[in-house]
Design a protein around this ligand. Sequence first.
Ligand SMILES: [Zn+2]
Length: 403
Amino acid sequence: MNDDTYRKVARRSAVSRYNGRWKGFRLATATTAQVKLHNRHQVLDYIYRHHGSSKQDIMRDLDMSLPTITQNLRDLEAEGLIQRGGLFKSTGGRKPQRYVFNSQARLSIGVRMTAKQIIVCAVNLRGACVKRASGRLPYAHSAAYYHRICQFVNQFIDSLGVPSRTILGVSFCMQGIVSSDGQSITFGEILGNTGLTTDTFSREIDYPCTFIHDSDASAMTELWLDPKIDNALCVYLEPYMGGAIIIDGRLRQGSSMRNGTIEHMTLVKDGAVCYCGRKGCLDAYCSARVLTQNREESLEEFFNQVRDDEYTHRRVFNIYLDNLALAIKNMRTVLNCDVIVGGQAGQYFTNDDMADLKARVQRLDSFPDCEFTIRKSACTTDQDVLGAALTFVERFIDEVCGR
Ligand SMILES: [Zn+2]
């Protein structure tokens, strides 16, 4: 997290303090146990937001007594959630002890199964990937395949060499729509796995297992890396495209987890056939594979040709941008907010492409004063795998820091 992150989150907690409510109970009526828990949350939250804090820092900023801080630091250190991180420079007198959050106190596992391979990442409590593994394992909706996935994940977790209580859980980012409890696939036409449940994995993996839609997972990483995002439409131009919705700084998946499933927005009536069985869906026009279909080339090769102004490639990209602009124009009539573009194709977009796309959207817009920000996604490696793992991290941090 950067300093802006801290400021933003600090602003939010300042608001909740001002309201005099802590998670639903009022200050005046809080029991001793609640006050104790609140103090503990405050101390840990403070240390999490800062890269090294002294007792004096905490005392000054949290308005808490020294004995209370000392007791909480002792407890949190005993539980392994914080560590001593050397000494601060002396400002006269004894050098103050520096306390830091132990980002390795827990790890979360993100998994991605694609048509050709499996990718597994371990993510710490700061959202950093501490270990990654991948293997060639063609997807098959079969017991034998899932058994091999479980073996792969279990071997990966063993290789981390940490006590089992360190692992928060295993989160699978899926090319499909996930049930609201994250336990089953309600629409898995791409890989033919509709009906798959986490039980298939929980039978062999001794940690909580959950599913998350891959676009939502990518948006989780987006938010984690840039918590300043308030409202945004995320558009992921993956081989099978997808979208996600961020409102008030949170991923909003909707009651049936189908917010932002822009891939099935009808762009052309009776148009090209989509894998969902209908015609004219956006996926058939704006997924990354549209750019390379019918040609034996990679996306990198495609964009090299575009940059060289090769006629056919330029033309394909031109039509692609027109379709994408129309889709974004339509999306923005429902949610009038900023747009983030990412995914395997999006990562090749230049600043000029983004400006071009924005101009196309503005030309289509019904309102002449249409102004918005369109920008590229973080486009980090394994963005969706990390985002999947972050679901457990976020939940844990929310819990231990009383957010
Ligand atoms: Zn469709």
